[in-house]
Ligand binder design. Sequence first.
Ligand code: MSP
Length: 498
Amino acid sequence: MTTTKKPFFITTPIYYVNGSPHLGHAYTTVAADCLARFKRLAGEEVFFSTGTDEHGAKIAKKAEEEHKEPQAFVDEVAAEFQALWQELNISHTKFIRTTDPAHKRAVQRVLQDLYDRGIIYQGFYEGLYCTGCEQFQTVDDLVDGKCPDHNRVPEHMKEATYLMKMTVLQQGLIQRIKTDALQVTPEKYKKEILSFLQGEVLQDISISRQNVKWGIPLPFDATHTTYVWVDAFLNYLTVLGWDGNKETVPAPWPADVQFIGKDILRVHATIWPAILIHLGIPTQKVLFTHGHILSGGKKMSKTLGNVIALSDMTARFGVDGTRYLLMSAGTFGEDVDLTMERMTEKYNADLANGLGNLVSRVIKLASHLENWPDFKQTEKEFVSNVALGTRVFYNAAFEDYNFSSALMSVWQNINRAKVGMTGDKEEDIDAANKKVDKEKPWELIKNDPEKFRKVMAELLERLYVISRLLDPFMPNTATEIRTALKEKKIEPLFQRIK
Ligand code: MSP
């Protein structure tokens, strides 16, 4: 193989450690994991990064409330994130923490460089600041005078600060986004960000705070610490082991795709590329913006009592069940609405009755078979990437980051119809279940042993293919299916839930 190609680089946001990980965090991270696993299945080398955003006023305040030193506090929460990703089978290449000494050194080096070149300069900043967002807000952002995301009145702040030049980059940013040199997707988010950029003069941004001790000191003025977002964005480079020298950026950069939630689109499409442009480093290729998870049609909140706890989901549906339900809930990019009731129904229909039932029926029936296929040929086709290539719909869905659609093609026999292919094998779960119903292999065992062998060999091959297509989404289940195909027995994969 000639692979001079750089690794495919996928990033998740780094998560604030002011609280335990929640469903929203898991949603982005599981999606990124599915994409990483798909790319590996397609034979690509992948660098997949995630981590924690550990500085800033919000986190310092939380540590204080818990009577803990900030470092001890963030160590605990970062460990929770790491344990959760392990439980959810997240296959990240590296977990970055903004309190890593190497990260801090690189941030300082970047700031010094920008300061030396006059891109960062001293000044004043006055505005409305929401500590929930850790962002300045414009009057237009507010609803009834409050930050709509945090339902609180922002503070009026006027302080001495260092600023980074932004206004000079405004037209350049618009140009990059318009031409998809920096592709903001889905389309509606591209429109949203372009209308923001074209609508008002981009202010130079404040990149330091005077009264926030819990942060990285500016190398040229230790009475200030670095604004959390500037600190945080650089994770996307330091995670690669980058030391802050703009001349030597490690190969996985530029990121092929950065997954973010819609609430952090604006900063990711303005401040972050601005830093890169100032440093002469290529901007990220794709900024994929997803919607939020709602519960029963509303934003999850403690007051409404509609929070779906991730631990409740994993306890009820297992790890793979949870991954499946998150990824099949709706189109990635749109808001998706979850309720325990609907998820339970879907679990029973798709996993217990659909996939689970198929696997146990086929494996049980095949116990009457003397010789099982060895799947060598099919396996070879997957390893050499021929088999995936024939799954046109599945592949196209992944290219669009449309995870629910890729999953649907594994369950329902829609790939051939949609792309007008004929003669493709019926390898989908629903079709395979129908085939079992139609052929009634249990009757064939005695009546037509020859046909029985043929039907079963085909069904077993289909199970193998299905297991491969499920690899990105449900890695444990996929492995269990292949183990069953080797050991010729299986425990029920998913039990019906009441
Ligand atoms: N630390 C910053 C990101 C810095 S990246 C350089 C941050 N952290 S966060 O923990 O508040 O949010 C991280 C991500 O979780 C965001 O992409 C946000 O959209 C996502 N989610 C938070 N709640 C969510 C839902 N209810 N649903 C889906 N995702 C949501 O912002």
